[in-house]
Design a protein around this ligand. Sequence first.
Ligand code: DSN
Length: 433
Amino acid sequence: MTDMMDSIEKIDPEIYRIIKKERDRLSDGVELIPSENVVSIAVLQAMGSVLTNKYSEGYPHKRYYGGNEIIDMAEDLAIERAKKLFGAEHVNVQPYSGSPANQAVFFALLNLNDTFMGLDLNAGGHLTHGSSVNFSGKQYNCVAYNVDKETELLDYDQIKKQAKKAKPKLILSGLTAYPRKLDFKAFQEICDEVGAYHMSDIAHIAGLCATGVHENPVPYADVVTTTTHKTLRGPRGGMIMCKIEDKFDKNGKKNLAQKIDSAVFPGLQGGPHDHVNAAKAVAFGEDLRPEFKDYCKQIVKNAKALADTLMDKGFELVAGGTDNHLMVIKLVNKGLTGKGKDVQTALDEAGITVNKNTIPYEPGSPFNPSGIRLGTPAVTTRGFKESEMKVVGESIAKVIDNLDDKKVIESVRKDILELCKKFPLYPEFDILK
Ligand code: DSN
């Protein structure tokens, strides 16, 4: 690793400087984007290894290229560890990321224009859950379900009513900005009642599901997708878990696991990214350790501490708070409807990284939304606990309540730098030296 970084410095000083700048940005700021995390040195090393050189189209022990006996061992390990982590019957670790994983499931289970149901994007769904600008909304008929206008919570009776009417072939349970628990059993019951596949996308909460901090959908859902780089704290990538049997096609030529595998390869993808899959194995190994459960519990405690601080300072949160790793500030009561972008920029200047986000029944637009999404996976990895979250919450409040006051933003920037110095990034190893 050290030698590699030395040679980048000599061979490509421009990229070297960029990596260094990004390392410093990460070190000197508070990262609150809920879909981001800080991977271990071991995960970084696996990603930066010679495994990137190999082509291995196919699956372990059934490849289209020679020389894959070593790569097979890495992919087998990733699969074995993921199965253990989630109690899954079948795992495919080859999806390049969360969106291709979701695309593969649609490709395996639906025909073009088939009806499915997913959570509305403004209410916390994902682009691939049926947004009209995404393949999922263009190539399939999405009937979106929403949260209740008053409580901003999912209303399972309402979803059931909608499903009975829409008769979807698949119902997707999953989130990217819904701050409360998902009831996977309730989703499964609706799927059973209307005869739909249950697909769950746990990209955001996978670590919490693996450790019992949030319910795990794997025992219920036909198919579960995830990314590996969020709460699982692995490399940027995707994964699909599924049951082996296809409940609607018990005597078909292919079972469910085979359908998913052939949708990923050769249906959508070519050669797997073997260096990333090895890094997934490393991360899953880390996730199986008892301390990872403590980490996931702390993510939720930190989120609650941040939410409480913000609410004490007069901020309204979507659905009144959080049960998981994320929350969404509603800017409306602060007179900042449609100003999410300005708030994001001001917080950036103060060294606090967040993303503007839509809120349920958004009165602004996706580019100028009225919400700010915050999450605690990255700061928890860094070592922040409840008391630091209180400082962060107070800093956020100061910035938002003084959006045009550069002096206040500058003073918050200083406080954030002081805080960050106490929690160095990669303290055990300088990734550039
Ligand atoms: N867009 C990612 C997120 O930030 O939630 C999920 O893919």
